[in-house]
Design a protein around this ligand. Structure first.
Ligand code: MG
Ligand code: MG
Length: 275
């Protein structure tokens, strides 16, 4: 997301359920993507299918028109980090494809993302995906009442940067979410333990590590949207929307739906979480 700061708005249980419904629609759209991805398919094709599903489910794509973004899905391939615009370019064996999706229904948003590996990918890229996905859950573990926002970033940064030597993108961050897609607080994927806004029960945030195989530095591509790594090495992105609770966060989006489809699609490689 783009950086901006406003007041933190805690959500009621009823509002959390509305956000959960949107997150479920997003998860279903990403599961549809998981069922469709194969070499030869294009970003424009899956974008069209995802939009149709979201509208059939009674919702509206959350990104389309937001800051004038032109599509339902952000599709970011290989060295693209996030915010890629779907194109006519065919996917090919060995691509990693980050797909980010939003939904807007009943005055609330939902948000989630997943990086798919098409066919055989280099071992070091598979490791990047696995570590990035694992880091998402390390971040979520910190999203509890009484901790601070940078505890999340610290956990992600420590794991990805210190333990694995990857680049943690600084320019883009996770975010609060509710009646607007991007609201306070910012949720960086880096930080210092015990710093940042205090998290309270009812805080809804999207946690979304964007992790580079190489250096952390990014640039904006010529299309004015796509964020790419400066060193052209691949980047991964996994995202959940969660609500902060007393003992542990409640994950509102659902990657299981996506992974069931991945299991059924021999073109996509399963990416496992590390212990
Ligand atoms: Mg997203
Ligand atoms: Mg997000």
């Amino acid at each position: 997301m783009r950086r901006k700061s406003k007041q933190i708005i805690l959500k009621t249980d009823e509002e959390v359920e509305l956000i959960r419904e949107n997150c479920l629609i997003v998860s279903k759209a990403l599961a549809l993507v998981a069922s469709l991805l194969k070499p030869g398919v294009t970003g424009e094709m899956i974008d069209r299918e995802a939009e149709t599903l979201i509208r059939d489910l009674g919702s509206v794509p959350g990104f389309k028109g937001l800051y004038d973004f032109p599509a339902t899905l952000c599709i970011s391939v290989n060295h693209a980090v996030v915010h890629g615009i779907p194109t006519k370019q065919e996917f090919k064996e060995g691509d990693i494809i980050s797909v980010d999706c939003g939904s807007y229904m009943n005055e609330f948003y939902g948000d989630a993302a997943y990086t798919f590996a098409l066919g055989e990918i280099p071992q070091e890229v598979e490791e990047l995906l696995s570590v990035t996905k694992t880091s998402l859950y390390k971040g979520i573990e910190q999203a509890v009442h009484g901790k601070r926002v940078e505890d999340i970033g610290h956990a992600i940064q420590n794991y990805c940067e210190k333990e694995h030597g990857y680049g943690v993108v600084r320019e883009l961050v996770g975010h609060g979410l509710g009646k607007t897609m991007h609201e306070a607080p910012e949720v960086p994927n880096y930080g210092r333990r015990g710093r940042g806004p205090l998290m309270k029960d009812g805080l809804v945030i999207a946690i979304e590590p964007m992790i580079n195989l190489g250096k952390r530095n990014v640039a904006t591509a010529e299309d004015g949207w796509t964020i790419v790594t400066q060193d052209k090495k691949p980047s991964a992105h996994y995202e959940h929307t969660v609500v902060v609770r007393k003992k542990k966060a409640d994950i509102l989006s659902n990657h299981d739906l996506i992974e069931e489809e991945i299991k059924n699609n021999s073109n996509i490689r399963e990416i496992l979480i590390k212990n």
